[in-house]
Design a protein around this ligand. Sequence first.
Ligand code: AHM
Ligand code: MG
Length: 337
Amino acid sequence: MSLAADFGVTLTQHVLGNQAHHPGARGRFSALLTQIGVAGKLISAQVRRAGLIEVWGATGETNVQGETVQKLDRIANDTFVEVLRRSGCVAAMASEEEDALIEVEPENAGDYVVAFDPLDGSSNIDVSVSIGTIFAIYPRLHPDRVGLDDILRPGRDMVGAGYIVYGSATVLVYSAGRTVDSFTLDPSSGEFFLTRRAIRMPAATKYLSINECNAPYWQPWVQPTLDAIKGRNDDEKRRVSARHIGSLVADFHRNLLTGGLFMYPVDRRTGRGKLRLLYECNPLAFLAEIAGGGASWGGGAILDVDPEGLHDRSGLIIGPAPDVALAERQYHEYRSR
Ligand code: AHM
Ligand code: MG
């Protein structure tokens, strides 16, 4: 058995070695990424023991999204908040599980503001299917105060983003704006080691990830987009296949590495998407664009959207750039009719 080429470069070494190249980042950015890694390890340990300890099932509460809170949702949220609160790197946080902005007491406050989904893919927790944590990092706007304006900003203002997927291995993927790199948690040493450098998303769509049971609720541009992609299959070759886990973070991770288009379009009954702009769409859009892919809400880039509220929802089409552009063309064509 041979070790991966970069086995030996830890997450901390990597972020420290690259801190001169973190565009827009300032202050203790490397420390913040390291602390996010610590939170990821703690959450991973809980996820790995789910079923052995009493963390399966619901807490009995409903979150700000109106969804049932799972025990692991709560544990992951509290772990992430407490690790970052004590890190000295963060002035405020916004969580998918909390209704208001979480302000850090001034003596512990740092240069950054972080939005996160502590445990994405909640419906997969109790069935031991991949779930993950997603985070977005913004520079704090004002040295003397912190407020909603620090977080209600277009995704283009991010200086870093990433996720930790608790799958067959625990993998942390992040970007500070230049490259997207991934690290695998070695359970025996408790360290994240660099396992993929400068990830590029393939330009061809190999997988389609969409909940097709939502077809009755799609706007009219969605089906023709899917038909165009599926139409690439013929007797000679199957070029596209379906893969949909129902954990966005895990679906995105597979699609990033292998070339897949994930779609959760706006629901025509409600006129809004399901996924949260700040906690899910923006950070993954940041990674997709840096890896050479794209991300759209249907009519334009996710990263250009100006959020109105902490829990805004959005349509999301994310994956290889040519097919994100195809979806946008279909969207505009149908809108102009
Ligand atoms: P969650 O953050 O509460 O887990 O919700 C988000 C999840 C995504 O991970 C996934 O893509 C989507 O919800 C699945 O929704 P649906 O069951 O409607 O297909
Ligand atoms: Mg989520």
